[in-house]
Design a protein around this ligand. Sequence first.
Ligand code: ADP
Ligand code: ADP
Ligand code: ZN
Ligand code: ZN
Length: 820
Amino acid sequence: EPESVWNLDKINAIEISVENAYVHNLKNISVKIPKNKITVFTGVSGSGKSSLAFDTIYHESQKQFMDLVSSDFSMDINESKVKKITGLQPAIAIEQKNLGRNPRSTVGSVTKTGNLLKLLYATIGERTCPQCYELVSENNVCGQCGSIYFDLTQAVFSYNDPDHMCPTCKGLGEELQIDVERIVSNPNKSILDGASVWWGNLRKHRENPNANWMRGEVLALADDMKENLEVPFKELTENFKKQLFYGTNGREVSLSYVNSNGRKGIITRPVEGVVNTMNRLLRNNNADKSIANLEQYIVKKKCSHCNGERLKKDGRLVKIGLTRYPEAANMNISKLKNWCHQIYNTLSTEKKDKSKIIFMKTLYQLKKMEQVGLNYLSLNRSVPSLSGGEAQRLKIATQFGSDLTNILYIMDEPSKGLHPRDYQFLIEVIQDLKKLNNTVIMVEHKKAFIDMADYLVEVGPRAGKYGGEILRAEEVPDKKGSNTDIFHFRPTKDEMISRNRILALKGVTTNNLKNIDIRIPLSKLTCVIGVSGSGKSSLVSKTIYPAILKNLGKKSDVIREYKEICGVDNLKEVYYVNQNPIGKTPRSIPGTYSGVFDLIRDFYAKLEDAKKKRLTKEHFSFNSKKGQCSECKGAGQIAVPMHFMPDIYTTCKKCNGRRYDDKILEVTYKGYSISDLLEMEINEVKEVFRDEKKIFDMLDMFHRLGISYIKLGQSATTLSGGEAQRIKLAKQLGLGKTKDVLYILDEPTTGLDDENVKKLIYILKELTNNGATVIVIEHNPLLIQQADWIIEMGPDGGNLGGYVVNEGWLNNGTNKDIGH
Ligand code: ADP
Ligand code: ADP
Ligand code: ZN
Ligand code: ZN
């Protein structure tokens, strides 16, 4: 009889026993994990922790589940690469991805707390008549105008329900609007010379006008109004600009033109105005296509009809006490919790009876969210706008409504994005899971979390093929000792700022930021720290980065709200490394992503043999028809689509996974074909190119970041989070650019053990020593201690944050080296 997670006898085993696991780099390892305990997996990044936790244990649990529910599906899940796992429980993976990108999913909907709030309003809410704004009586009649209403149902609060969503924004709370400032991206130029990409270079058009009215209307209007188009756009008269954007209101203007066969003509029409034209295109065309073209001119604004509240009037006007439903959904978790307590105390006995259970359940959920450090979120906050760490903690919180026991929870660095101050709350939540008779496995590096665990499994000794072994599996040793996670720093007075060149922003108000001024010394390492939700990303990723992009004349469609910026002229280039994955298909590999494969292809195309065979750089690309295997189109693998699950891949039979047509592989360098290189580890490839400086240097950056054990052609879908992030770093840092360059890194130590964190710090210090400016958002004390300048956001999350609580030099700004 097959081992099954749903077989009760087997569930009674006291441990989960893994025998001979061999997926990825795991070396046939066996390990026993106690049930109803918390086990932490540690070890250097890339050693195989996730392979054991997710690709072995979680995978097998999924497989046993699928085998049980339907024999039709059983073929769909790969066999687990393990001899046997016994004692397994049904497992829930809590990872940092996959809460979804649907703008309709909100904190309230994924935690189900939103439903509770709706139920509360449907049960004890008081309705206001949308016609005359009078209260509707208990017997459903408006005392003022006599309108009759049906019983209040929860549906009136559902913005996904076509009957109740705001008809203007269709329940999204946002409208797309054309932003005049974005149409004219360069107001210092004249409109003839390209002040706006919408019209492009009109000078050419004026010299040789054709019947294109979209461009022609500018010239015709200028003629009509005797406007001088030679001056910079910003100096044009207000009246002209107004008609250019919003039209002539029916007044006709004329354009003389010559068409291609030399015939002259004249068009006489009213001017529609660019904003009106764009709006018309937005409305008429197939929505997706036209929005893609117009995207650069669009900003999302609060829906003016429902004021961003997503609902029709009847739902928006229901009150408990003085609070309307959308107002409650908009409160942050802490505030909503207090409000629940307050309101409950004011209710009549009858209403108390009706709603007691709902209040209790709601408060329970809210408390859990507060415990995982998300007190600053509101129920209607959209899920796609949450960071990875926030999303994961929200998932942890949602597990509590579920009353499930005997579940195995598998978590991926739950501390991510969290300030050490908030560790304790999260730890309590995870311990509660254990109290409910569940088993927890988490991948973690933080000492506070290791100390909280009962059992510790260390995977190592190093990364990739040099890892994959169990170094220890034992009860967590001695839990006492100093907690290195709590860090102290004392920024010193900032008189030295005057001696440094700085970048400064004034009056920043993005998201929760409270009209703050900040300064960042150039050619230094700045750490932005602070509790979760305090405004670090709002400041760095959503203000500084787009502000600099804009200043460099580059496109950015992120928010940036500030009054003034100075010192930005010292920066000629900005690189941003965020946490998004680097690719979703086997075609994306470290080689192509970092750009080094491009150089290698160039090199191969210049080999004598390649020239003889008339092979070009293109032939050496597995993405080009010329050189790729005709069967798998260069992927080396064939995707097998799966119902309900991500695709799985099998090796291409024609090329045996080598990706190329045979004739390309006849060309070799030092005996290696281009496909051989893809199969090699980066440190091996590096040796092959010892004499090619540019290629060597780029590959060396992988080595210095501790990821040269990865294969040059390893598919991006198989990289661990820490690996993927460092590949991004290698790409940017490998360029070796430092002069007038700003690097912005968002939690670059995520997933890294201390050794690798030190490697990273060393590289960052080298960059600043060579003149680059580096800004990092960080929680890691090792990195923070090495910063030159600190900006601490706080004091709390959400509306209670958004202030600069500390700003200044650390170690007098003389942190030059860490003595590597
Ligand atoms: P950790 O979680 O300890 O950081 P992982 O288990 O993610 O490490 O990775 C262990 C090793 O296995 C790494 O070298 C990684 O690149 C490799 N690896 C992970 N997934 C795959 C895969 N699907 N195919 C091939 N190699 C993989
Ligand atoms: P941190 O990076 O310090 O964790 P954030 O800058 O992400 O903090 O968030 C600061 C505040 O702004 C929080 O209250 C957060 O909920 C809010 N916020 C962040 N992004 C958005 C967004 N896209 N829409 C609405 N509110 C946001
Ligand atoms: Zn609306
Ligand atoms: Zn093939």
